[in-house]
Write a protein that binds this ligand. Structure first.
Ligand SMILES: [Zn+2]
Length: 210
């Protein structure tokens, strides 16, 4: 029988810091990519009635990118906020603020991904002025505006990275609790890009500051 990950790392008693959490979700992602089903509590309580997720993920609705699974995290470890293209609106920003101020969340991750249909549509709208999908148009129009404000993107792959950084900046702008925690050094904001093809994440920015 395998030893629980928290015990192996000797961190069952001491809550992991944000940089330690980052390393552990990256290790969890490598396990996911290898098909290993072991999940890390990341220092969250083992009692299923307690809600103290150390990590928050702001991700896309894409069904191929379930945050806790792709980061090898157990139930209770990750507070999740998901809209297509990881769009940030008032409820998303408020949810992240709640996690940081009330649940003890210390690491926030923008989890972008390759082959993102929302970003594809936003990039098309950014380059042509025409929304390719009318159902998604209100959302992709906002994402396209974000690409424009960020200085544009050279191709759709670049647009994924630009959009991820726009998400991070929008979180900092719209979530005062995140901003304060980043300045105080009590929380960390990272940006990652997931590949459905390799099942691996790439760290775009380890620590985004206001
Ligand atoms: Zn997507």
């Amino acid at each position: 029988m395998r030893q629980p990950i928290g015990d192996i790392l000797g961190q069952a008693m001491t809550p992991p810091t944000a940089p330690e959490l980052l390393q552990r979700v990256l290790a969890g992602n490598r396990r996911w990519a290898e098909g290993d089903t072991e999940r890390d509590l990341l220092g969250a309580p083992t009692d299923p009635l307690e809600h103290q997720p150390p990590v928050a993920v702001i991700g896309c609705s894409d069904a191929r990118v379930p945050p806790a699974a792709v980061l090898g995290a157990a139930a209770g470890a990750i507070f999740t906020l998901r809209l297509p293209g990881h769009y940030v609106d008032i409820p998303v920003a408020a949810g992240l603020g709640f996690a940081i101020t009330s649940l003890g969340t210390r690491l926030a991750i923008v989890l972008a991904h390759e082959d993102c249909r929302a970003v594809d549509a936003a990039y098309t709208e950014y380059t042509t002025g025409v929304p390719p999908n009318l159902a998604l148009a209100p959302l992709t129009g906002s994402l396209a505006a974000g690409l424009h404000r960020a200085g544009g993107a050279t191709n759709v792959v670049d647009a994924i990275n630009v959009n991820a950084r726009v998400t991070a900046q929008n979180l900092i702008t719209q979530c005062a609790s995140l901003r304060q925690a980043l300045i105080a050094g009590t929380a960390q904001l990272a940006i990652m890009r997931y590949s459905p093809a390799t099942r691996l994440v790439t760290v775009l920015d380890e620590s985004v500051l206001p």
